[in-house]
Ligand binder design. Structure first.
Ligand code: ADP
Length: 200
C-alpha cells in the first residue's frame, strides 16, 4: 500500500497552492472536495438515495442535484443535514479509498479541508497542516472567491480551530509569506515523505 499523506488547512490557508506544488513534483493528489461532488453526479447511487429520501424537488430538470435548494433545506433543518451526510459520507469515503489505491506515484496525497473533522485522517499515514492566521485566511479567500468577510468567518467557525489542528497534525507549515516561502518549506518535507514512502 502506498504511503498516504493527508493535507489539510482552513479556508484560504493555501491547501490548493500546496497541492499544486506537490502535483508539479509528480505526486498524485486526491481532492476530497472533488470526490464529494463526484459521488452525487447523475447516475451515482448516492444521488438516487438523496432523491428517494428528500423527494423530487431536490433534482433539477436535467437530472442533476439542485445544490442550492438542498443547501437551503439543510440550513433550515439540521437533522436533514445529518440525513444527507449519512448518505454522502460513506460514499465519499469509499470513493476516496478507491482513488488513493489506484494512484501511481511515490506517495499519494489526500487533500481535504475537513480531514480531522470527518475522520478522513484515519485513511492517511501522516498529516500536514497548511496554517495561516485568520486575517490572512480572510484576505486570501475573499480576493479569490469574492466572498464577504462574514461568509468566510462563518466557514472558519464551523472548521476545527487552528490550535486544535496544529495539535493533531504531524507536520505544520506556516503559510505567512510569499508563495516562494511556502514552496521553500514544502521542498524538504517532500524529500522526507519520499524517504518515508521508501521504507513504508
Ligand atoms: P485553500 O485551498 O486552503 O482554500 P488556496 O490555496 O486556494 O487556499 O489559497 C487561497 C488564495 O490565496 C489563492 O488565490 C492562492 O493563490 C492565494 N495564496 C495562497 N498562499 C499564498 C501566499 N503564500 N502568497 C500569496 N497568495 C497566496
Amino acid at each position: 500500500m502506498t504511503f498516504i499523506l493527508g493535507l489539510t488547512g482552513g479556508i484560504g490557508s493555501g491547501k490548493s497552492a500546496a497541492s499544486q506544488w506537490f502535483e508539479a513534483q509528480n505526486i498524485v493528489v486526491v481532492d476530497a472536495d472533488i470526490v464529494a461532488r463526484e459521488v452525487v453526479e447523475v447516475g451515482q447511487p448516492a444521488l438516487v438515495q438523496i432523491r428517494h429520501i428528500f423527494g423530487d424537488w431536490v433534482i433539477l430538470e436535467n437530472g442533476a442535484l439542485n445544490r442550492s435548494a438542498l443547501r437551503e433545506h439543510i440550513f433550515k433543518d439540521p437533522s436533514a443535514r445529518q440525513t444527507l451526510e449519512q448518505i454522502t459520507h460513506p460514499a465519499i469515503r469509499t470513493a476516496i479509498i478507491e482513488q488513493l489505491a489506484a494512484a501511481q506515484s511515490p506517495y499519494v496525497i489526500l487533500v481535504s479541508p475537513l480531514l480531522f473533522e470527518t475522520n478522513q485522517h484515519e485513511l492517511t499515514d501522516h498529516t500536514l497542516l497548511i496554517d495561516a492566521t485568520e486575517e490572512l485566511q480572510i484576505q486570501r479567500a475573499s480576493s479569490r472567491d469574492g466572498q464577504s468577510v462574514e461568509q468566510i468567518q462563518k466557514i472558519i467557525q464551523v472548521q476545527m480551530p487552528r490550535e486544535q489542528k496544529i495539535q493533531h497534525a504531524n507536520d505544520v507549515v506556516l503559510n505567512d509569506g510569499h508563495l516562494e516561502h511556502l514552496y521553500a518549506q514544502l521542498r524538504p518535507l517532500h524529500l522526507k515523505y519520499l524517504a518515508q514512502a521508501e521504507i513504508h
